[in-house]
Design a protein around this ligand. Structure first.
Ligand SMILES: [Zn+2]
Ligand SMILES: [Zn+2]
Length: 340
């Protein structure tokens, strides 16, 4: 058994990627050690890279889209087996005792942790995860495809399945990037009349291939008006980080329609209260989900054929992979692969 591992860390706010050798960590009670096989690069890793997350401590190994195997069990872990294939995502654990946890709403735990933010994540050959964060991964799903389900996948799948939309209703997905390309697939597979909202004609063939029934090019048409021609959207999932584009979509909602925001644009949203109350519309946040939610995301994806589109990079090329993501060049998820 080796005692050292390779990891990519950030050691100060705005610092460069550092490839380092670290001791392989030992799991404590209630924790498991995961041998990381793949880890997706998420847009929110910028919070670690630039030191923008409250309370963040350096050095930090980011990464919360992990696919791998249980490598060692800490005390009191009974429900997972050594060698079992697992994923670890954004939700990095909960306390079980706060008011939200006592209610069973673990995702809203007031003491919850974020993987790769509050403790070291998956840009490393091994990582330690609280057992309650794990998602089981079936054999037919490669680790590099499982990883992106742990944050991007569960974020959009949970948002859509909990949105209140029913089969056959119009559901639109804004943005066809890391989140959106999965969102379009889930909307289709959940049985919605699926509308992809993008910029430029050239994204239409991909949107249709992912399952969209309709594509609206915001460069060529008024998106809200086009949605109204379809009767208005019951739900719009806003995955693009553009506050102005998101705000304008409220006018594309049907009566009782809901604009669901699963990620943070840089600017505040600007929304007319009039257009909310006259049509009883709402704007709602959606939070990624727990390990169990991530596991259900994987199960639904395997059942229906939803898959992320990925570019693979070895850990040694982390800086290049991150830059591809950050500059928007990656199609559609950069995934680090480790030792496989
Ligand atoms: Zn993420
Ligand atoms: Zn709690």
């Amino acid at each position: 058994m080796p005692t050292k591992m390779k990891a990519a860390q950030i050691s100060k706010a705005g610092g460069d990627w550092e490839l380092v050798e670290r001791s392989i960590p030992e799991p404590g009670a209630g924790q498991v050690r995961v041998k990381v096989e793949a880890c997706g690069i998420c847009h929110s890793d910028v919070f670690v890279k630039e030191g923008l997350w409250p309370g963040l401590q350096f050095p930090r190994v980011p990464g919360h889209e992990i696919g791998g195997r249980v490598d060692a069990l800490g005390d009191r872990v009974t429900e997972w087996k050594q060698g079992q294939r697992v994923g670890v995502g954004w939700h990095g654990g909960h306390c079980f005792v706060c008011e939200q946890c006592r209610r069973g709403d673990f995702a809203m735990c007031v003491n919850r942790k974020v993987t790769g933010f509050d403790f070291d994540g998956g840009y490393a050959e091994y990582m330690i995860a609280p057992a309650e964060t794990l998602a089981a991964i079936p054999d037919e799903l490669p680790a590099a495809e499982a990883g992106p389900f742990m944050c991007a996948g569960v974020t959009v799948y949970n948002a859509l399945r909990n949105s209140g939309a029913r089969g056959g209703e119009v559901v639109a997905v804004l943005g066809i990037g890391g989140l959106g390309h999965l969102g379009v697939q889930y909307a289709r597979q959940l049985g919605f009349e699926t509308v992809a909202l993008g910029r430029g004609k050239e994204k239409e063939p991909l949107a249709k291939k992912l399952g969209a029934h309709h594509y609206i090019d915001s460069d060529a048409a008024d998106t809200a008006a086009e949605l109204q021609k379809l009767g208005g959207a019951r739900v719009i999932l806003a995955t693009a980080p553009n506050a102005k584009a998101i705000s304008a979509l409220v006018e594309g909602l049907s009566a009782n329609g809901k604009l669901v925001v699963p990620a943070a644009p840089n600017e505040p949203l600007t929304i007319s209260a009039m257009s909310l109350f006259l049509k009883r519309r709402s704007v709602a946040g959606s939070y990624a989900g727990t390990g169990k939610d991530a596991q259900e995301t994987v199960e639904f994806s395997v059942l229906t054929g939803v898959r992320p589109m990925i570019e693979k990079y070895p850990l040694s090329r982390v800086a290049e992979a991150y830059e591809r993501m950050h500059s928007g060049k990656v199609r559609f998820r950069a995934v680090l692969t480790l030792g496989v």
